[in-house]
Design a protein around this ligand. Sequence first.
Ligand code: GCB
Length: 596
Amino acid sequence: MLYPQMNEKRFLTSLDGIWNFCFGSEILEEKYVMKPLENPEKLYVPASYNDQKADIRFRDHYGYAYYQTYFSIPNGLRKNRIVLRFGAVTHNCVVYLNGNKIGEHTGGFLPFEMELDESVLEEKNLLSVAVDNRVDFSTLPVGNESKRAMFGDSLPNFDSVNRTNIKNKNYPNFDFFNYCGINRSVKLYTTAKDYINDIYIDTKIDGANAVVKVEAEFIGAGKAAVSILDDKGNEIVSDKNINEEIVIENAKLWQPGKAYLYTAKITFNEDCYYQKFGVREVAVKDNQFLINGKPFYFKGFGKHEDSEIRGRGIDEALNVKDISLMKWMCANSFRTSHYPYSEEMLNLCDEEGIVVIAETPAVGLNFPNVEGELLEKYNKRTAHHRQVIQDMIARDKNRPSIVMWSLANEPDTAGTPHKALDYFEPLYHLAHQCDPQSRPVTVVVCNNDYIKDKVAPFVDVICVNRYYGWYIFAGDLDAASQAMDIEMQYFSQFNKPLMITEYGADTVAGVHNAVPNMFSEEFQVEYYDAMNTVLDKYKFVVGEQTWNFADFQTIQGVMRVDGNKKGIFTRDRRPKLSAHYFKNRWTKIPDFDYKK
Ligand code: GCB
């Protein structure tokens, strides 16, 4: 799916701003979508609704919420194809225009769009969006079906409280706040009636030159042409055919930290699109991860899209700040844990040379034997997982920043190892097939009984989340180091690269101690230093990504003090001691050839 753009043939505008809003129940009610809302709340779009008001209903809502706005299309544009595009609505939604249903979407982290034709458009249009925030066994991320899972109270005395008296709410099987609503921009754009629907770019390095293949999908018949522009907008190759091999002489590579972007300009009848791309190759060879043929070392983070007030809503200034903090620390990469991030963040990574591992929202997966209603939900979830893999790759396939796809975070791959492998094997092949660049594919695992896991050694790069010294051997860094060492020895047999995609310790900014105790800033530094000493011993360990870049909000619970505090930065992006520790460490670790 192409990112919307304004150019000499396409018009683009945004519907972002203050919208009308109200809460509904667990069923979709037509009265909130057919006509203007009565006494609506005012809310900003795009942003999660949860933290926008000092009102607990917003934080704890369960079920549908309704958004409305008005727009008009200038008469001069109405002869064009008009498309309404949502960057992301979390989690499921149904869209209405002037009381007519015009679309729906499942899943909260990817864009979707719909054409608005004359049959639905009026002079002044009422746009209504019904948004459902419920997570359960059928959704990604996965919600718990049992209320008990949250309370942990299995005593019979609490039975009646658990089962009957508690109002319905979300029970996430994941450790981030279930921020919901219209989280990314809503845009309107136009194209000609015959148009460019999609573009696929692959590049190969051939000595000093690059060989570029541009494929495209058109709606309608006509003549298409491709030209290539350099990063200043100068045309360096002109008037080529789609699918023709294009040679860029003395090509500049897209490198981590040194991005260089070319643009493929595609024209088709009265339509035109400018697709940026980079010349870069990715490969896994033996136990190395190669970018442009050289062994790359990942230095960086697992992140979240999370901030005060906006929740999971897009904040481009924050994105700029985060990338600048990464560069300040000499980090080179992050993983879009635990869902696909906004296109705007990935555009920035393409421009800034930040290396990205792109993850689906498949977090909280397990593979129990289920029947009846749960089996139906399980099958729905499996189908949805296939769909999000396809849609994520369709959206992000041309991005040079993305070097690997993560199909899931911490599925229970050791509990039912054969079932898990049967589940992931087809998804692994699907991801490779969908991607014109066939990037490496991984599944991020965290199994205490890791020897049973068949998925981790099956995928292209073994990605492990590990909390020895925190959840296991809490506070005992000696035991933690030994456990980490034993696990690395075990994984070294597979002749594949491994990276630590999460490790960390909750750290309350401002808590200091001469003797490193858990939760203090000193402990976080000692913890990372102990773990890094082990990781540095192993050549096949090709990267370290801390958990987390910044403190983030989670569901309330005794394990979380106003959220997860494993950030290297606080939620408002102030460095903890460990930020200085990693800045010092990563300044000395080169992007390439760290472990010769
Ligand atoms: C994990 C999860 C991550 C959690 C983290 C933690 O393994 O992947 O979502 O936030 O642990 O802090 O417990």
